[in-house]
Design a protein around this ligand. Structure first.
Ligand code: ATP
Length: 229
């Protein structure tokens, strides 16, 4: 199993952001986490990546417990946060090489990631000179530096123009041929373009968990109307 979540709740003070959510993601699946603003997507992702503790419940990634096996899991998870901090003054290759030091990634491996993410022509430019789409590629490259088997991508296409959006979705699909991917979005079309399955969250609760095929067969209309963006 790629990701297993059982009865996770999260309280921020007295406010409950997640209400005993449970779901499973098979190894190799690309699963969309769909929900409106404030539904609990980022909170779930921060818990899975170890940035936030859950208030209740357990979660495992590749069979490892997110709290007790945290160090081992850092090697196995790649994370693209919603607001990815990038050093705009740094050059793309320099930035990736700097971050790769933590993982002792070899130079050839960094070059492979640069190539995979389509950054070769931009690798000697400053991050600040790049378009939003290319900056997002840098974020993806950064998440891939240690060759993780699971990628957690928090709203990876937010703020991109239509061309960049299509390109980043294609890139995620390409990367997903070899990895388990859990990506959040509030756009149903994104799920349709990229994912095998969708888990829908609203107000801290999982309200649907369906394969894309099932969704088109039955209640797609209901879902689209419910989150009418
Ligand atoms: P978005 O699409 O806007 O990123 P989301 O689905 O990722 O939304 P979360 O960011 O997980 O939602 O937020 C879930 C709920 O928890 C919201 O009501 C939000 O206001 C609240 N929340 C999130 N972070 C905090 C925090 N650090 N302190 C207090 N409340 C928070």
């Amino acid at each position: 199993m790629g990701i297993e979540v059982k009865g996770i709740s999260k309280f921020y003070g007295t406010q409950q952001a997640l209400k005993e959510i449970s779901f499973e993601i098979n190894t190799g699946e690309i699963v969309g986490f769909l929900g409106p603003n404030g539904a609990g997507k980022s909170t779930t992702m921060k818990i899975l990546t170890g940035y936030l503790p859950a208030s209740e419940g357990i979660a495992k990634i590749n069979g490892l417990d997110i709290t007790t096996d945290k160090l081992k899991l850092q090697q196995q998870i790649g994370y693209l946060p919603e607001h990815n901090p990038l050093y705009l003054e740094m050059y793309v290759r320099e930035y990736l090489a700097f971050n790769a030091k933590v993982y002792k990634t070899l130079k050839e491996e960094i070059e492979k990631v640069i190539e995979l993410t389509g950054l070769t022509p931009e690798a000697n430019k400053k991050i600040g000179e790049l378009s939003k789409g290319y900056r997002q590629r840098v974020g993806l490259a950064n998440a891939l530096l240690h060759n993780p088997s699971v990628l957690i991508l928090d709203e990876p296409t937010t703020g991109l123009d239509p061309n960049q959006l299509v390109e980043i979705r294609e890139l995620i699909k390409k990367i997903g041929k070899e990895k388990t991917i859990f990506l959040s979005t509030h756009i149903m079309q994104e799920v349709e373009a990229v994912c095998d399955r969708v888990i829908i969250i609203n107000n801290g609760e999982i309200v649907a968990d369906k394969k894309l095929k099932e969704l088109t067969e039955d209640n797609q209309q209901t879902v689209v109307v419910e989150f009418d963006y």
